[in-house]
Design a binder for this molecule. Sequence first.
Ligand SMILES: Nc1ncnc2c1ncn2[C@@H]1O[C@H](COP(=O)(O)OP(=O)(O)OP(=O)(O)O)[C@@H](O)[C@H]1O
Length: 639
Amino acid sequence: MLLRLPAPLRRSFKRTLKATSFWQENYTILREFKHFPLVAILAIGCAMGAASFEGFSFGFLLAFLQSLVNPDAPPFHTGLGWFDQWILGVSESSTNRLYRVSALILAATWIRSGFNYLTQVYTELTQQKLVDRLRKQIFEQLQALSLGYFSKTNSGELLNTLTSEIGRLQAAFGLLSFIITRSLTLTVYVYLMFRLSWQLSIVSLTLFILLSVALSGLMTRIRQASTGVSSSNGRFTATAMEFINGIRTVQAFATQDFERRRFYKASSDVLDASMKATKGYALVRPLAEALATTVLIGMIILALTLFVTNGIMQTATLLTFLFILFRLVPALHEINGSRAAMGGFWGSLNNIRELLETENKPYLKDGHLPFSELRQAVTFKSVDFGYDSEQFVLNNINLTIKQGEMTALVGASGAGKTTLVDLIPRFYDPTRGGIFIDGVDLREFQINSLRRRFAIVSQDTFIFNTTVHDNIAYGTEGATEDDIIEVAKLANALEFIQEMPEGFDTRLGDRGVRLSGGQRQRIAIARAILRNPDILILDEATSALDSISERLIQASLEKLAEGRTVIAIAHRLSTIIRADKVVVMEQGRVVEEGSYQELLDQRGKLWNYHQMQYEVGDRGNVGAIAEATITGATNTEQF
Ligand SMILES: Nc1ncnc2c1ncn2[C@@H]1O[C@H](COP(=O)(O)OP(=O)(O)OP(=O)(O)O)[C@@H](O)[C@H]1O
């Protein structure tokens, strides 16, 4: 028969195991301490100093009480010859000893206060450094993750983890440092108590341990409630962010009531979850206090009846013992209260750890070859790709994009054009097959060196909340004022920039709210021109422009495209008539390839699109389209 341990022992064993796995589970966070060991060691060192001097003051207090209560009794001594002689002054009169001990208590108290101050400074510094490291770690993690992660993760929740949850974790570590420093003081108290009376110490400590065990169940529930607080906070931030970012749509669709209900519910959920957690941890302290006071009173009665009246213990010793016990009880309360409050932050710890963990997250493996330039071609060989492993959005793509040529991708919305283009700067890697640059698999190249040779102008250009100048210069080091003006001119943006109140120094607001869609795109084009890329990707680069601006920009893009490799996605056929190769896509497959005129002559898919867009009768030709474009007679219908 198996030996069955009593329940409290089993629980305590499990807790010890948990404590070990706590280290393993939270290694991602705890390992950060190695970056600032000195500050952490100083914090603990000072806490130990404070605890020791607290101990000394109690020792001196005992000497003081003895001299006061029973001046004729042999003086208190430590057994350390020089210390007793020179410091405690055992051979001096009782009055002198009283003065000396008073001075010693005072000195110990001041030194302890100094250590307490330093402990606070260093523990605060440790927390700040930890939080700083964690924020940077999260940043590195977010930088390293492939874009696939972000399309599956709510940005509001990420923001919540990076801001609120980090703040909550800082508070949790504040409490942890407090628990550690108070525990050191408690150790000194316990040591002194045992020195004074081991019997009383055993009784009182057993009672306090039982008290702690009784509170453990409550702690577990607090931790669970705290996970609820973290997730409701995440949902709230996500809802608030969506509301703010989508405010135009909300107003346009008059969905204020719907949004109000969503926002109010998210806010109430935070309230409910916090209340649940608060009810738990607010109970710990008063409960612990009431129970501990009961223990304390019991101890006094026990000590008086069993020890003092029988002469086993001196009154001064009992007084010192009780004095320490009176200090120990609030310290225990503080520790219990902090443990409970820490439980309230458990969810934050889980959130951050979850974000920092590297398993089950998509990363792009960096290659080792520096990429210098495209010399011959980018080749897709039997490429399949799916954002989810179950469903492919690109199927068996075989395609050659020649250096120096313009390749245009055409197809209905959702056909997979953007996805295909996103594979070339390695925003994603193919699920099957491979993409090769001059015969070398893309995955062999260092990602950054590869991306540096690209410029992308897309449908949703991101404008940073900084000046026009900095937005154009973004990603290109060493650009001069003249370069910036030159590219703004080429992108047909100079005129509107000069009309702005502070010209190139005008700040563009959050996401460039101070610009029209067309202006945003022209800034993006200027940014791309400045980059002087090897491969230029235009993902509906001129979609937000009116036909006059489009024609002007088309001319600058053509100039920019000269001698470069251009991959252009276009809904308006007018922008790709001069392409060297047109690739028509349908449902993730390449269905036609050839020059514009060749494809028209085939009377296939492109011909259908062409018919829809230009309505030029049953025989379209490139010359007619060029004519139609130049006269601005394009049909606005797009596919
Ligand atoms: N981040 C993503 N996560 C999951 N699915 C996606 C993601 N981006 C696109 N898709 C899906 O992949 C398919 C191809 O989308 P893609 O954007 O490549 O098409 P497209 O031809 O560029 O369309 P459009 O012309 O409208 O921009 C679509 O079915 C789309 O829903």
